[in-house]
Design a protein around this ligand. Structure first.
Ligand code: NDP
Length: 302
């Protein structure tokens, strides 16, 4: 879709737009959007519009759109979204970190995570929050019956998603949080940023996983290894107890090599779809101030 194609027509939620299309933006109701690059694969419009459709007359005209915004264009795009009256925005790869400096304010949790995935309209611009940690916590509860308070958690990765996971685990009172990553530099950077002094946090090399884990520990894949067809697993599960629960933030493909190995070992597993839905649910609650029907979101992407 380009600017000329949008001329004269009311925007449709099931198309991908570019921020140039905002010059001629004709959507008459309250608009929300996800910004990313690439974005065409995103399930967010489907999930959010399904929930809005169930939220009653007050939200009848609300729509959620997808915009392809390359990294170099975010700074100039955000003021345009504000000018056009967008109520809120979600940010996905590669915008979550840069948005920290572009938001008018950032709430303390998102600040600690070093990433923003939700922008909320204010008078002068958008303020930033992060709902990924909440999404993960709810997903673990729902899919694996894991309560973070008191839990032992092993997190793989040290990028934005891993940071959000580590901060959420520490905030929620995990007993122990182990983090392992391929690159040692990025791992120590994560520890310095999110909790260098915290005695509940420990690191390990992926080739030497922690031993003597308590029953029902949970392992979370927050690396991007598994996204591509034929990707291997970031870690071998051979030294983990059979009671280990395994959550992969990746939901496409629905079963990564890691999840397949876990399933073959009889471990309890789940993929990242539930995290995606729960983070979306909290974002929509922030924008609307209303109760969000999370089951409508799950049905929409089933
Ligand atoms: P980043 O690019 O910030 O981080 C990528 C991480 O993956 C790094 O730790 C990197 O390690 C590691 N990695 C990449 N390739 C390999 C490899 N070949 N072997 C071992 N480790 C590797 O990405 P994000 O943190 O933003 O996202 C991580 C994953 O989480 C993605 O798959 C994303 O789709 C998913 N995600 C899912 C969400 C959901 O709602 N379900 C929400 C957010 C993210 P290194 O430092 O060594 O490069």
């Amino acid at each position: 879709m380009n600017s000329s194609e949008s001329t004269g027509s009311i925007p449709r939620w099931n198309k991908v737009y570019r921020h140039g299309d905002l010059d001629d933006w004709k959507y008459p109701g309250p608009a929300l959007a996800v910004l990313g690059h690439p974005i065409s694969h995103s399930l967010s419009p489907v999930i959010h519009n399904a929930a809005l459709a169930r939220m009653g007359q007050r939200f009848e005209g609300w729509r959620y759109f997808a915009f392809e915004v390359p990294v170099s264009e975010l700074a100039e795009a955000l003021p345009l979204f504000h000018e056009k009256g967008f109520v809120g925005l979600n940010l996905t790869i590669p915008h979550k970190v840069e948005a920290l400096t572009l938001a008018t304010s950032v709430d303390p949790l998102a600040q600690r995570m070093g990433a923003v995935n939700t922008l909320i309209r204010g008078d002068a611009g958008f303020s930033g929050r992060n709902t990924d940690g909440y999404g993960l916590q709810e997903a673990l509860k729902q899919d694996l019956k894991v309560e973070l308070a008191g839990a032992t958690v092993i997190i793989l990765g040290a990028g934005g998603a891993a940071r959000a996971a580590v901060v959420q685990c520490l905030e929620a009172g995990c007993r122990k949080v182990w983090v392992g990553n391929r690159s040692a530099d990025r791992l120590s950077e994560l520890v310095n940023v999110v909790g260098g002094e915290n005695t509940s946090l420990a690191t390990f090399p992926l080739s030497n996983p922690p031993q003597d884990l308590p029953e029902n520990s949970v392992l979370i894949n927050a690396t991007s290894l598994g996204l591509k067809e034929g990707d291997s697993s970031p870690i071998s599960l051979s030294s983990f107890p059979g009671s280990l629960k395994v959550y992969d933030m990746i939901y496409s493909p629905p079963e990564t090599a890691l999840l397949m190995e876990a399933r073959n070992r009889g471990m309890h597993t789940a993929n990242g779809l539930s995290m995606l839905v729960h983070q979306a649910c909290q974002s929509l609650a922030f924008w609307t101030g209303a109760a969000v029907p999370v089951e409508a979101m799950f049905q929409a992407c089933a």
